[in-house]
Design a protein around this ligand. Structure first.
Ligand code: KIV
Ligand code: NA
Length: 257
């Protein structure tokens, strides 16, 4: 059954954990969907496979290109697409234009925007009122890497309260779910208990309503993983071994037979 945004809130009420992962192409998206992943995020972590150091250079056209491929591989999961840096922060109309392009051109069901500060809450309110499903994202927001670094956020009382209040404001703006990235477990628990909509944690402890990780991190395909990622298999090693075996066989004229 195709996953809907409303379904996620029902799952929260039922205490059923939400499983989310990122995908950037058709092949991986299809495998995630067949493995019954609930939510597939076309993250701007796409930077990893395009060889960018940060998510900042990613363009809307690049996101759309990859989101279309992902969407073609997915039958059931809810597909959410990140709006990249400076394609929604400038004005409500810029955000509307970018989100509209993503939904109309890719067939994805929702977009994700970073930040819970007042101007972003206003933007998200307008998107939701216009019929665009939005997922929020607070805590560590990687598009602000040059201000925040990649450190855990919300460690002091004051910073924790700010993130807590941002999450509440985003729920009021109408987001259907919210990513909590790299914040203390206790803060994530408080937000999760306070909100009616589900929290999807990444580096935010086990009490969130769901979890998301970058797929290349869990597969051991990324050059380096964040400290909170768990590596379930080592694809860099698997691929390197396979390629080396092939190279040897070609050079020694063992393949093809
Ligand atoms: O871009 C991304 O992959 C993300 C998730 C890790 C939340 O935003
Ligand atoms: Na992202």
């Amino acid at each position: 059954m195709a996953v809907t945004t409303q379904q996620l809130t029902q799952w929260k009420q039922q205490g059923r954990a939400i499983v989310a992962l990122t995908a950037w192409d058709y092949a991986i998206a299809q495998l995630l969907d067949l493995a019954a992943v609930d939510l597939i995020l076309v993250g701007d972590s796409l930077a990893v496979v395009l060889g960018y150091e940060t998510t900042l250079p990613i363009t809307l056209d690049e996101m759309i290109h990859h989101a279309k491929a992902v969407r073609r591989g997915v039958k059931n999961a809810l597909v959410v697409v990140d709006l990249p840096f400076l394609t929604y922060q400038e004005s409500i109309s810029q955000a509307m234009h970018s989100a509209g392009r993503v939904l109309k051109e890719t067939g994805a069901q929702a977009v994700k925007l970073e930040g819970g500060y007042p101007a972003m809450v206003e933007t998200i309110t307008r998107l939701v009122q216009s019929g665009i499903p939005v997922m929020g994202h607070v805590g560590l927001t990687p598009q602000s890497i040059h201000q925040l670094g990649l450190r855990q956020q919300g460690k002091t009382q004051e910073a924790g309260e700010r993130i807590f209040n941002e999450a509440i404001a985003l729920e009021q703006a109408g987001v259907f779910a919210i990513v909590l990235e790299h914040i203390p477990t206790r803060l994530a628990l408080q937000i999760t208990q306070k909100l009616r909509i589900p929290t999807i944690g990444i580096g935010a402890g086990s009490s969130c309503d769901g979890q998301v990780l970058v797929t290349s991190d869990i597969l051991g395909l990324s050059e380096k993983q964040p400290p909170f990622a768990k590596v379930y298999t080592n694809l860099r090693e698997t691929i390197t071994n396979a390629v080396q075996d092939y190279a040897v066989e070609v050079r020694e004229r063992q393949f093809p037979k």
